[in-house]
Design a protein around this ligand. Structure first.
Ligand SMILES: Cc1cc2nc3c(=O)[nH]c(=O)nc-3n(C[C@H](O)[C@H](O)[C@H](O)COP(=O)(O)OP(=O)(O)OC[C@H]3O[C@@H](n4cnc5c(N)ncnc54)[C@H](O)[C@@H]3O)c2cc1C
Length: 388
């Protein structure tokens, strides 16, 4: 393993791999990515990987839209598939949230995002398997859908290696070495690696690592459960990705006639010891709520599930920034439950910040590290925070 690098990236999830690839595209390819387990084994492997554009803030809506274009053209850009599958994305909110939804839609439209409010009867035509209820409103994104986190992460990694970058898995960073106010390297079981740039993209493990060099971004890790149902093919051969605020769920189809339902975002828990399975009361709630929205799923089979961790900041938006006071330390952390869809633009923004001091393609400066103390927190128009 090389003992020096132009930059060390800590963490081989989708973010670390996207950052390394984007840096290489910008001419910085003597980089080393260190992953303590295997690529994509953290939150990335647990992701539902839904790609939707609906956000309350321009910065994330823009990032999602530009990232969608990368997922769509991934083969051309990276040379392998992203698993992008166009299903459309349906957002359902109650009448009370109608003005929030409309404000978001009008912001999205100004950005050129393909999204519209639709009526209940239009919804019945587009998605006949979905039930409409009283007092709710709908937004429809025809180009949204989902992609495959494993393919995207390993696709970036393969391309980075082709561009001359190095990746080591089973290699944990034990500490970040700071001398005076500068990063000088990282320590691993294989020794010190010297570098003047370190990016922390360590997902749920980022908090303790950053605290060890005196940086507190108020990160929390929250368990989120994903329930799998096998659909009755004859009744519900397909359905779109669905964000149902009324029933507190997000759902998407998967290969093999499966439906993935994401539920719950309240259990704060440490990253190294948590129940990675699903809880039966949550399974029952997910099933009942899903059937309320797609009644044809009433005879589905329960096919298991898993839990993963959201890494949240106080405003449920990520931090993409250089750390003031420690020259050469960069962070891409706090993606909660909506980071995968942003990952291509996260890599680009971080590459730009590291090479020229600021993001250019999309200005991500509102996602700075200081906002939790300086009063610049982002706000959501909804109570369901993951809709950010
Ligand atoms: C259940 C669930 C559902 C989700 N659904 C969606 C969705 O539908 N759409 C969406 O856009 N997003 C979704 N997300 C969010 C998305 O998956 C995450 O935001 C994204 O995967 C975060 O990627 P990451 O690279 O930051 O973190 P991770 O994937 O956790 O990667 C961090 C990596 O760092 C490694 N690491 C940690 N510490 C060290 C160390 N000291 N040395 C070396 N390596 C280290 C870890 O092993 C890990 O592989 C979901 C997340 C979960 C958990």
């Amino acid at each position: 393993m090389s003992k020096t690098a132009d930059a060390v990236i800590i963490g081989g999830g989708v973010m670390g791999c996207s950052i390394q690839y984007n840096l290489a595209e910008m001419g910085i390819n003597k980089t080393l990515l260190l992953e303590k387990n295997v690529l994509g084994s953290g939150s990335t492997s647990r992701s539902q990987a839904i790609l939707r554009m609906h956000y309350s803030n321009e910065v994330t809506a823009r990032m999602a839209w530009e990232s969608l274009k990368v997922f769509q053209d991934f083969h051309e850009i990276i040379g392998s598939t992203s698993g992008y599958t166009r299903t459309g994305y349906l957002l359902v909110v109650s009448d009370e949230d109608a003005s929030a939804m409309r404000e978001n839609l009008s912001m999205q439209k100004e950005l050129g995002i393909d999204a519209d409010e639709i009526t209940a009867s239009e919804l019945s035509e587009i998605c006949p398997m979905v039930t409409t209820l009283e007092n709710e409103v709908y937004s429809w994104e025809p180009q949204s859908g989902y992609a495959d986190p494993y393919s995207v992460t390993t696709g970036y990694a393969r391309k980075s290696r082709e561009l001359g970058c190095s990746i080591e898995d089973s290699m944990e960073v034990r500490s970040i070495d700071v001398k005076g106010s500068r990063v000088v390297g990282v320590r691993t079981d294989a020794g010190l690696i010297s570098t003047d740039k370190v990016v922390v993209a360590a997902g749920p493990w980022s908090g303790p690592l950053l605290k060890s060099v005196g940086v507190d971004l108020h990160l929390k890790t929250i368990r989120h459960q994903v329930v799998l149902l096998r659909r009755p093919d004859d009744l519900v051969p397909e359905h779109p990705c669905i964000g149902d605020v009324i029933h507190d769920l997000s759902a998407r189809p998967d290969v093999g006639g499966l439906t993935m339902i994401g539920v719950g975002e309240e259990e704060s828990i440490g990253p190294d010891k948590f129940n990675q399975g699903v809880d039966m009361p949550v399974v029952e709630r997910a099933f009942e709520n899903m059937v309320r929205r797609v009644p044809g799923l009433a005879t589905s089979l329960f096919r298991g599930g898993w839990s993963g961790l959201f890494t949240t900041t106080p405003d449920w938006h990520p931090v993409l920034d250089a750390i003031e006071g420690i020259s050469g330390l960069y962070v891409a952390v706090g993606f909660s439950g909506h980071g995968f869809k942003l990952s291509p633009m996260v890599g680009k923004a971080m590459g730009e910040i590291m090479t020229s001091g600021h993001s250019k393609t999309i200005d991500v400066s509102v996602l700075n590290a200081k906002r939790f103390v300086s009063g610049g927190r982002l706000k959501s128009r909804y109570g369901m925070q993951v809709l950010a």
